[in-house]
Design a protein around this ligand. Structure first.
Ligand code: G3I
Length: 338
């Protein structure tokens, strides 16, 4: 079942999944990424703990290996991520001041990773999950981010939780990324529980505007990644129409929208639930396919037994034996008929 849509409104539509070199089934991965998935993101190999094991020492081995896997299978590659509060290296929660983090530590890390990975990367999650879960409509970008609270220690006393007094750490990451990324590489803020019209989506939309205003990076280099970790049976997903509204808001500014980590958890692996999952997956794919500014669609974990949500969640496009599920046929049909 071929899924590659080689052109979409004059661009290549990047439909893919995650890969780590320690994936359980390498032979299956190689075959499925040379036919069905055509875009690769490293699930863990490009994160801060893997890429800067000690301060100032860059180690892109795993990230580069994932990029090589993509190239070997004729796939494109996106980077995830240069800043996240999770999977940080053990040395980071040291006794650093906010000025050291913003002035030295973040620029040094972002430069080393983006420069080291080269200019062919289609897009980078420059900052990941910086918006809090307890946000409400009408918040300023700073209030949106302050609600997060999970930051590496940046206070001299090593208190563990730094009060985010301003967004300069985000601007530092984006300014550095813009300086070293390829000219067509999109620079994204990546977030979960976003997409439809809700307070977190409102935050991420105002944050990307704030980043543009405070860095001068043109809107046509910026992107918003909508992770889309969904739950079918509990209504944890948005409608195609709601997504289209958000995507068109971004399109008006020239900002790219991306589905960056799609999976859909099921209560049970019944045929009815699998078909429900397929319908939701098809709607998300159509929302991206038919938006002028959505050209990357990543499915998080290529098959159920490799899913971070556990095999029982049946959250991916392929079952634990590597066979396509109804959702895989659904997206393949929609891609082919686009
Ligand atoms: O590599 C070590 C291995 O050496 C060790 O033996 C093993 C047992 O402790 O752990 C391995 O590291 C694990 C890593 O995945 C690689 O397998 C970590 O424990 C585990 O926590 C980590 O989980 C990843 C998770 O992010 C961490 O928060 C998942 O694979 C990954 O799918 C998940 O992805 C995140 C995105 O990056 C951001 N959005 C949310 C998404 C789901 O949480």
């Amino acid at each position: 079942i071929l899924a590659q849509v080689s052109t979409k409104k004059g661009q290549t539509f990047h439909f893919g999944s995650t890969y780590d070199t320690f994936e359980a089934d390498q032979s299956w991965s190689s075959s499925i990424f040379s036919t069905f998935y055509r875009h690769v993101v490293s699930e863990n190999g490009c994160k801060w703990d893997a890429t800067e094991p000690s301060q100032g020492v860059s180690d892109l081995t795993e990230c580069l290996a994932c990029q090589s896997f993509a190239t070997a299978n004729g796939n494109t590659f996106r980077g995830h991520n240069t800043f996240w509060h999770s999977q940080t290296p053990s040395w980071l929660p040291g006794s650093f001041t906010a000025a050291q983090v913003t002035g030295t530590i973040i620029p040094q890390h972002v430069q080393a990773e983006i420069q080291g990975m080269g200019t062919s990367v289609t897009s980078w999650d420059v900052v990941n999950e910086v918006v809090g879960d307890g946000v409400s409509n009408g918040m300023t970008p700073l209030q949106c981010v302050q609600n997060k609270g999970d930051w590496p220690t940046v206070t001299a006393d090593g208190s563990g939780k730094a009060l985010v007094t301003d967004l300069s750490f985000i601007y530092a990451a984006f300014n550095t990324a813009f300086k070293f990324a390829g000219n067509s590489t999109r620079l994204a803020v990546n977030e979960y529980n976003t997409g439809g019209q809700n307070a977190k989506t409102a935050c991420i939309l105002s944050l990307v505007q704030n980043i543009q205003q405070n860095t001068g990076i043109p809107f046509n280099r910026l992107a918003v990644g909508f992770q889309s970790h969904l739950s079918a049976n509990t209504g944890g997903f948005d409608t195609k129409q709601a997504l289209a509204t958000t995507f068109s808001t971004l399109a008006a500014e020239g900002v790219e929208a991306m589905i960056t980590e799609m999976d859909i958890e099921l209560n049970s692996n019944t045929q009815a639930n699998l078909r429900y999952q397929a319908a939701i997956w098809g709607d998300y794919l159509d929302a991206c396919l038919y938006a002028s500014n959505c050209n990357e669609f990543i499915n998080w974990d290529p098959r159920d037994d490799l899913s971070w949500r556990g095999a029982a969640a049946a959250a991916t496009l392929f079952d634990t034996n590597g066979n396509p599920k109804p959702a895989a046929y659904e997206v393949a049909a929609r891609l082919q008929n686009y």
